[in-house]
Design a protein around this ligand. Structure first.
Ligand SMILES: *Cc1c(COP(=O)(O)O)cnc(C)c1O
Length: 405
């Protein structure tokens, strides 16, 4: 029995099923447990820790800012928010931003912006606006967001849900075309579905979505909370197809692995639907979060983390592709955003993650069959090679056990 695990079991809601490891320290691509055992973090908090744990520039900056000014709410201006949002807009090609804290809040912000844009700009009759989400989507856990999900567990027991959402088949442009009507406000889309199992739509799909949205005067809103900020080998996953969405949602790595920092960005015509009092957040845009967010963006650029993700991701996918085992059904990904799909006839993704953990490599299964590899983007090539060897050996061991039984 472990004390920390027992306390969480007793006092923390059981809404997660963690791997049995108790972490106490993190530095760069590594974390340590309470016995001092070192692990390579190939999970990086669902991509929130792209900069690595305790990035020295972020630690230094937080120490300075925390002693200076942290929270004032947006009842006042601060010297930190403007420079952060300017940088975010310039890097992403958007005009304006609305700062929030968690990803789900930024998605909610996007939904509200899209609806109000539909009523005030597009001319959709009040109460009729529709938002199209994709099959297999993940955008967070609020009531409105799970209303847009087609995953039964995300909804079961939590209804009733707000209306106004539709689902189109992810990766199928004809399905999206059929779902659009005169009341459609927006399409919300992940360029690669992370929680869905590292699902990549066919190349050209994002461009086709962009064109279709333009033709029907529908907003294309990209949820890049997980895929954004270098994760897939470009600053944004939409950049792989040179697509500029009308709205963009960022979170996770925007907080540099230190704080929850998120935002909805959009072209001016969309963001200008918000008037004082329409929407807000006590903590959104606070000077501490804004400083961290700006530094997180600067580090991404200064350290070339997107290019590094592209190079090391290609290298790792190439090596993983050499593993010859019936256990592996598919290997896919872009940059350091990789899924290993386990054939459920031969094994479970969770068992692979447990075996990797015993060897000092942390990852997490998603959707029961996919092992997700998304390490901090500052990871070194030697660590990537070490990770490959652990995965290769775990798969070989599991193959041997299966053959023997
Ligand atoms: C994690 C995630 C969210 C939700 O972010 P939270 O900070 O957990 O609320 C939304 N969309 C995508 C694509 C995500 O990966």
């Amino acid at each position: 029995m472990n004390k920390a695990i027992d306390l969480e079991a007793k006092y923390c809601a059981h809404n997660y099923h963690p791997l049995p490891v108790v972490l106490t320290h993190g530095e760069g691509a590594f974390v340590w447990d309470e016995d001092g055992k070192k692990y390579l973090d190939m999970m990086s908090a669902y991509s929130a820790v792209s900069h690595g744990h305790a990035h020295p520039r972020l630690v230094k900056l937080v120490q300075q800012q925390v002693a200076n000014l942290n929270i004032v709410s947006r009842a006042f201006y601060t010297d930190r928010l403007g420079p952060f949002l300017k940088r975010a807009c310039e890097l992403t090609g958007q005009d304006m931003a609305l700062p929030m804290n968690t990803g789900a809040e930024a998605v909610e912000t996007a939904i509200k912006a899209a609806r109000k844009w539909a009523y005030t700009v597009k001319g959709v009759p009040e109460g009729k606006a529709e938002i199209i989400g994709m099959s297999g989507n993940f955008h967070g856990r609020t009531i409105a967001i799970v209303a847009m999900s087609d995953e039964p567990q995300y909804q079961h027991g939590f209804g009733p849900f707000p209306p106004g959402f539709r689902i189109a088949d992810y990766g199928d442009i004809k399905s999206l075309k059929r779902s659009i009507n005169e009341n459609t406000a927006a399409v919300i889309i992940e360029p690669i579905q992370g929680e869905g199992g590292i699902i990549m739509p066919p190349y050209g799909y994002l461009k086709a979505v962009r064109a279709l949205c333009e033709r029907h005067n529908v907003l294309m809103i990209a949820d890049e909370i997980q895929t954004g900020l270098g994760r897939t080998g470009k600053l944004l996953a939409c950049d792989h197809e040179d697509v500029l969405p009308d709205g963009l949602i960022l979170g996770k790595a925007l907080g540099g692995g230190v704080l929850p920092v998120s935002m909805f960005l959009a072209k001016r015509e969309v963001m200008e639907v918000f008037r004082p009092g329409d929407h807000g957040s006590t903590f959104g845009g606070n000077p501490l979060g804004a400083s961290v967010g700006l530094e997180a963006l600067n580090i991404l650029v200064d350290e070339g983390l997107a290019d590094r993700s592209a190079r090391l991701g290609e290298h790792l996918i190439g090596r993983l592709a050499t593993i010859d085992s019936p256990l592996i059904k598919d290997i896919r990904g872009r940059g350091l955003f990789i899924g290993i799909e386990i054939d459920s006839r031969y094994g479970r993704a969770r068992s692979v993650c447990e075996a990797l953990m015993a060897r000092g490599l942390l990852s997490k299964e998603t959707h029961e069959t996919v092992v997700r590899l998304a390490p901090p983007l500052i990871i070194g090539e030697a660590e990537v090679n070490w990770a490959f060897e652990q995965i290769r050996d775990v798969i070989a061991e599991m193959d041997e056990i299966r053959m023997a039984s």
